[in-house]
Design a protein around this ligand. Sequence first.
Ligand SMILES: Cc1ncc(COP(=O)(O)O)c(C=O)c1O
Length: 373
Amino acid sequence: MRTILAAKPSITQREIDYVTDAVTTGWGAQCYDYLNRFSECLREYFDVPHVWPTSSCHGALHIGLKALGVGPGDEVIVPDLTWTGSVFPISWLGATPVFVDALESSWCISPASIIAAITPRTRAIVIVHLYGNLCDMDAIMEIGRAHGIPVIEDAAEAVGSEYHGRKAGSIGDMGVFSMHGTKTLTSGEGGALLCNRDDLVESIATIENQGRKPGKHIIFWVDEIGLKYKLSNIQAALGLGQFERAGELVGAKRKIFDWYQTLLADWDDIALNPQPEGCLNSYWQPTIMFGESWGMTEVRRNALVTAVTSVGVGIRPLFYPVSKLPMYEPAPQNHVTYALHGRGINLPNYFDMTQDDVAYVLATVRERLGPTE
Ligand SMILES: Cc1ncc(COP(=O)(O)O)c(C=O)c1O
């Protein structure tokens, strides 16, 4: 059976050499060498003043929200259409996630829905650049400024995407991203917290360092309850190698998306990931959104995913609205999100894919789509 995975990293001799060096020499006095190089590389790549590599995007968001003082009684606005990684840190802090709707055009959070959801208890806005697509950052940052509410960009899926020349993740008060093994750039597991605000640095640095305030050198003294989401030096070596290849890795994603787009040009009534004027989409996951005429339902879409994955082609369904999951209250008023979720599929996109692989994926999907209703 021909197998096409949903995602797969590209690892070259550069990454192998860095990891081998880190695991061989990166101990004792050298134990932070790759971490320091990786942090510097991220500062440059994202053009932000402050960076903390973390063991996951979830961890980065947990630290960032905690540094903003988010806790019980607070509300945090978050898109309903996202992975739970954008939401669980809010819940772990005892705050309430307030799920808001998506835009039909970008599948990302709707600025108007953010405004409608703001209350005196709103402590932060988490926005998500879904599948590499970009949120309307001008509108969102203006809402944040007007209401005095910090914005955290969840760029877990959008490393390499750009909004008017600025990297996704580098625009908000803070940004977070993921280096999970399925992502365009990976360190196995990993991520980082990016921050543009000097006034948050001491708080973040303290929480991130298990509650030890920066600059204090009293061994084993801890000032407050902190968190531990550090990236290892070995993973930082892998991450460094990947970010040094960021242009090549993101370029491959874009090339593969172009192949899909060309071959899908004669499929009627579908939408693919948009790339608005002035934006660059890194297309983490090329996504087909089937229009009304396909009569696509959640049941039919799930059957399609099962049929296609069972013959070795790794397509995936769109995320569930997080509010539909059993730990939260349903929010069917998020009409766009609830409607989008059942009619979208994500297509494989990884560095080594060939044009023939792309054609095979689409032929496999097409064959199993069956007649429209
Ligand atoms: C939008 C979004 N946010 C957060 C996360 C969490 O990332 P991690 O697995 O690195 O914690 C993911 C993971 O895929 C994600 O897609």
